[in-house]
Ligand binder design. Structure first.
Ligand code: SF4
Ligand code: SF4
Length: 405
């Protein structure tokens, strides 16, 4: 299942269509309005977070400069805590690896993962005959609508509660009142998903960071679905880009806190640390794996262009990204188009760089031409990814491809 490549003309058609879509624009405006101010308040009340962000930036730079060394260290640490580690180089290899672990006719629950989106993993699992459920509220709406997430941390930002209710009623037969409240919708989804959490064979998550020294995966969340996805099924698969590796557990926790704060969710409700499968030695002091949590933990580390990018003067900077989505909220183009601009999986300012890394410079270079070069994205990034410079470099690639053409 190859990731779709779209031409600039196709991308423009989609962009024009959402610019003319009053419901989309209204939903996006409401979402942006409700998010505004939250970030500034958090940073004003917690100036110490800035110091933590500097620590994360330094840790990210260190790993990017020695990517092979840290991949090797992380894989050894994962095996030491009885997790199984896989390094996959392409999207196809990633899908095959996950499909081999999962098999078919399984009930699979997902927590939101942009890497899974990049790999079209949910679709591949469904095609192999599995029943797959997204458990993040917004991502479930995206799954039901058949679209793509419109923001890194708020995937259904463009949908009003009325559209969400209509979708849930059409696809899942959930009956809601004529004027549904967000509380009513959340409660109905919770009822449907409870049974899936309990019966699931496999839970698939992403990960905010992976500590190379301890083999611990750290995941931050507010909904509580990640702890159920990673804790209830007998098998847990974490799928993560190799850029998520940081040197130590301390750095991994810092990365999760910074991600949550810059996403406007501080303090985070939950931080999950997973160091291998659950176990007990309470019976005759013999270690048994698979106590109340999973008995197997598989960690699939995805390259898909990242290792090559780590050696690239410009694109390596994008690998510092912790996917907080802050640059998207700030971008005047994103505020009109959401993730419809940026590439098939990612979107907005960070999306252009990620598209260049995971899909190709040519695709991203075309899309970069829609950037206004205002530099607002640079100002807000917690790990100082020079987004507008990356985009400027891509614009130059596009211009020189025209010269050659
Ligand atoms: S420089 Fe480009 S990507 Fe960044 S905020 Fe401005 S328009 Fe958006
Ligand atoms: S580029 Fe920076 S602001 Fe944008 S998502 Fe990544 S870390 Fe956040």
């Amino acid at each position: 299942m190859p990731v779709e490549r779209i031409t600039l003309q196709e991308a423009l058609r989609e962009i024009y269509s959402v610019l003319d879509d009053e419901t989309f624009q209204r939903g996006l405006r409401t979402g942006v309005r409700n998010a505004e101010g939250r970030f500034l308040k958090i940073l004003a009340e917690h100036p110490e977070l800035e110091q933590l962000a500097r620590m994360v930036e330094k840790a990210k730079k260190e790993v990017i400069s020695k990517i092979d060394y840290y991949i090797d260290m992380a894989m050894k640490s994962l095996e030491r805590v009885h997790a199984r580690a896989y390094l996959v180089h392409t999207a196809e290899e990633a899908r095959e690896t996950v499909l081999r672990i999962v098999g078919s006719r399984k009930l699979v629950i997902f927590s939101k993962s942009m890497v899974a989106e990049e790999l079209k993993l949910r679709e591949a699992l469904e095609e192999a005959g599995n029943e797959v459920w997204e458990t993040d509220m917004g991502e479930l709406l995206i799954q039901l609508s058949g679209g793509k997430p419109m923001h890194t941390t708020a995937p259904a930002i463009h949908m009003s509660r009325f559209e969400a209710a209509k979708l849930l009623s059409k696809k899942l037969g959930i009956r809601l009142s004529e004027n549904p409240t967000p509380e009513e919708i959340v409660s109905a989804v919770r009822d449907i998903l409870r049974d899936k959490f309990v019966r699931a064979d496999v839970g698939i998550s992403g990960g905010n960071a992976l500590a190379a020294d301890s083999g611990s995966i750290v995941l931050v969340e507010n909904e509580g679905n990640i702890r159920l996805v990673t804790g209830l099924p007998p098998v847990h698969i974490a799928i993560m880009g190799v850029e998520k590796i940081v040197p130590t557990l301390q750095h991994a926790l810092a990365a999760a806190i910074v991600q949550a704060a810059w996403a406007g969710l501080y303090p985070p409700t939950y931080i999950n640390v997973i160091s291998g499968p659950s176990s007990t030695s309470d019976i005759e002091r013999k270690r048994v794996y698979g106590a109340h949590g999973p008995r197997e933990v598989h960690v699939v580390l995805v390259d898909n262009g990242r290792v090559r990018a780590a050696r690239h003067e410009v694109l390596s900077e994008q690998l510092k990204c912790i996917r907080c989505g802050r640059c998207q909220w700030e971008c005047p183009v994103w505020q009109q188009t959401a993730n419809v601009w940026g590439g098939p999986a990612y979107g907005g300012p960070m999306g252009i760089g990620w598209t260049a890394i995971t899909l190709g410079v040519k695709e991203a270079a075309e899309l970069s031409m829609l950037c206004l070069s205002c530099g607002r994205c640079d100002e807000v990034c917690p790990v100082r990814v020079p987004l507008s410079s990356i985009i400027r470099w891509l614009k130059r690639q596009y211009a020189s491809s025209l010269d050659k053409g």
